[in-house]
Ligand binder design. Structure first.
Ligand SMILES: [Zn+2]
Length: 376
């Protein structure tokens, strides 16, 4: 869901990104503050309200970022690298490359986010209560912003502590059950069922709000509930999948009947001689016995039709040094991660620069299907 987005910089080695949906929520929050919230309490000029709206919004998403950054920093300290943090319509999300190895790692990683929000909320409330009796406009401007930020960060901290996976509180719950029972799968099932329950409750309350006239908050709550419910289901399925793939390697599932093509084949020859007749979509280009690149439908589409009879696959292919590939003993779970992260359908399996097979999404799916049908 969060593929893409605009990079805005780096912190602690983690790239920070803004998803396209974030711009919508940023504009909405700014507008609600400037046009609805601040006018309720203050008689400021339009430009003062817009400035306050913008500053508050930027600091708010800065607080969300700080919350995510703390998750990521603790995660990296436990030896689990974090690729990126993306801000999107429902907040922030850290792309953490693997699951924590021990319950206490997960507990620390999870709890630090809400604690950060509560701390930031406390600091802003401190500013508000320290200066709220001063009448000067500049001070009033600051305390008004600080009050809202204090309030919203406390809400954020408390909301994230709700014990439904994948909310932080759900992760805390999972780590505690995991620690008590030693069973990660069972802990995840219980915590994600709690997450689904929380999701359904939010949807229900949201619909009730809509029917009682509070439609804006109602729609918002229902959407968050729906997002939470599907994330809870998704993360449990993800764990089951990882569990099924665990301990299995590329050579067990790869297809070995690779059709390889010589580098001087023209695109025309490839299309009419191989693709249309075999239905395959991806061909390793091999010179002698060495793999030098890969041709996919994507590469073919990049070549204008009138050049198909003259251009060779060597010119059009993705060269080997730009190619994702795996060794025969690569774990299937890490292959799944490569396919998902790079959004590709297959990787060649290479040993001593010779291609020995190919693992596609289909191979992984068949593997999982057969095993779940046999119950092994
Ligand atoms: Zn969090």
């Amino acid at each position: 869901m969060l593929r893409g987005g605009i990079p805005i910089g780096k912190a602690f080695g983690i790239s920070l990104r803004l998803h396209y949906s974030w711009f919508f929520i940023f504009a909405l929050v700014t507008w609600l503050l400037a046009a609805v919230y601040f006018p309720q309490y203050y008689t400021w000029s339009l430009s003062a309200r817009i400035a306050a709206g913008l500053i508050t919004s930027v600091l708010f998403f800065g607080s969300v970022l700080a919350h995510e950054l703390m998750h990521s920093i603790v995660s990296q300290r436990q030896g689990i690298p974090v690729q990126s943090i993306t801000l999107f319509i429902f907040g922030g999300v850290s792309q953490i490359t693997s699951e924590p190895k021990q319950p206490k790692d997960e507990f620390r990683m999870a709890i630090v986010g809400p604690l950060t929000s509560l701390l930031i909320g406390g600091i802003f409330f401190g500013i508000y209560f320290g200066w709220r009796n001063v009448d000067a406009f500049a001070v009033q401007f600051i305390t008004a912003i600080a009050y809202w930020l204090g309030y919203i960060n406390l809400v954020l901290g408390v909301f994230n502590l709700i014990p439904g996976f994948p909310l932080d509180g759900g992760r805390v719950l999972r780590s505690l059950i995991w620690w008590r029972s030693g069973n990660l799968k069972r802990a995840t099932r219980i915590a994600s069922n709690a997450g689904r329950a929380v999701g359904f409750i939010l949807i229900f309350v949201g619909i009730w709000f809509i029917f009682t006239g509070n439609w804006f908050n109602g729609i918002w709550l229902a959407l968050i509930g729906w997002f939470l419910e599907s994330a809870a289901v998704g993360s449990y399925q993800q764990l089951l999948l990882q569990d099924m793939l665990k301990g299995h390697i590329a050579s067990e599932v790869m297809s070995r009947d690779c059709v390889v093509i010589p580098p001087d084949t023209t695109i025309d020859q490839l299309v009419h001689g191989n693709i249309l007749t075999s239905g395959r979509r991806c061909f390793p280009v091999v010179s002698g016995s060495q793999i030098i690149g890969m041709m996919t439908l994507h590469n073919i589409k990049a070549v204008p039709r009138e050049q198909w009879s003259t251009e060779t696959v060597k010119e059009a292919m993705t060269p080997f040094d730009k190619l994702k590939w795996v060794r025969p003993d690569e774990e299937l779970s890490s292959i799944l991660r490569i396919l998902t992260e790079d959004n590709i359908n297959q990787v060649p399996v290479v040993q001593d620069s010779e291609i020995v097979g190919m693992v596609s999404r289909e191979n992984l799916l068949n593997f999982v299907n057969i095993r779940s049908k046999l119950g092994v």
